[in-house]
Design a protein around this ligand. Structure first.
Ligand code: C5P
Length: 297
């Protein structure tokens, strides 16, 4: 049995440049990995299958983990077989890239299980075909995403981790609904492509262009952001298209103190968690498949 962790992301900044002819939106985003993760265990089996401790996760072919397995098997020319056990901790529809991270983890896990070594370009192509956020999880750490988010340029780690309070409202936000509510203008021929050479992290604006649209659909989200700001957050933002809202704080103690103070004043069923950002080295170490040690099964 092989086990690995699939980490969540937040979008520290997300600029929408406009709607493309293919219906997707051209974005410019700063991804950060956070220390909240799903866990995937892979074992040999005659057929391909997925089971999860979360009954709301589709276990059929629509699941990105199984799609990732099928694409990888076709690329590598091997039969798609093996059983995945998925322990879910990242909320679905939360804007934290949980399903995308599980898909990237599946590419790593099945590569190890089948002893195949797809090239970086093949992995990027498979990832981009699975979803806009999947390619980020091939890199982790801190990275800039352009195009629909799938053109990923890794950035150096920040000097120190950022300390966050994650707030998970009791409802998911369907990404297409939020983009539709945004009503972004169509890109015109005059829109210049983003200049990657200017991508120093300090130049990312503290904003998420999806916030206003998401908050029109769910005004509770704006209220949560206000509460985080009132409690001293340096920045209080929606992650991706939501529903997760996060606040950024000076250190772990302040994050935990604020998290406790939040509890009670939030919509019923809302959950909270203190978190920190993860360096690329830690992401790589903990995302690598390892054979389960005795007693850990
Ligand atoms: O690529 P992914 O499957 O994650 O996207 C889900 C949906 O989100 C797309 O079908 C599209 O409606 C919307 N989307 C978008 N622009 C992006 C990413 C996603 O319009 N950059």
């Amino acid at each position: 049995m092989l086990t690995l962790e699939a980490f969540a992301k937040v979008n520290r900044s997300l600029v929408v440049r406009g709607r493309r002819p293919d219906g997707y939106h051209e974005i410019d985003t700063l991804f950060e990995t956070v220390d909240l993760s799903d866990r995937l265990s892979f074992s040999e089996a005659e057929t391909l299958g997925l089971r999860s401790d979360d009954p709301s996760i589709p276990s059929g072919e629509s699941n990105l983990v199984l799609k990732a397995a099928r694409h990888l098997a076709a690329e590598a020319g091997v039969p798609a077989r093996g059983q995945v056990w998925l322990t879910k901790r990242i909320p679905s529809g939360g804007g934290l890239g949980g399903g995308s991270s599980d898909a990237a983890a599946a590419l790593r896990g099945f590569s190890a299980l089948w002893r195949v070594s797809p090239g970086a370009d093949d992995l990027r192509r498979i990832a981009a075909g699975l979803g806009s956020d999947v390619a980020f999880f091939l890199h982790g750490g801190r990275a800039r995403g352009t195009g629909r988010g799938e053109v990923v340029a890794p950035l150096p780690d920040a000097e120190r981790p950022e300390w966050l309070v994650l707030v998970f409202p009791p409802f998911p936000m369907p990404t297409p609904d939020v983009y539709r509510a945004l009503g972004a203008p169509e890109l015109t021929g005059g829109d210049t492509p983003p200049n990657l050479s200017a991508s120093v992290p300090g130049e990312f604006p503290d904003r998420n262009d999806l916030e206003a649209a998401a908050e029109r659909l769910r005004p509770e989200l704006a209220e949560i952001r206000r509460r985080l700001a009132d409690l001293g957050a340096r920045s209080a933002r929606l992650s991706g298209s939501g529903s997760t809202v996060f606040g950024v704080f000076a250190g772990p103690d302040e994050a935990e103190r604020v998290r406790r103070r939040l509890v009670g004043g939030l919509p019923e069923g809302t959950r909270t968690r203190a978190a920190r950002t993860l360096s690329r080295a830690e992401f790589e170490r903990r995302s690598a498949p390892e054979a389960a040690r005795g007693g850990e099964r």
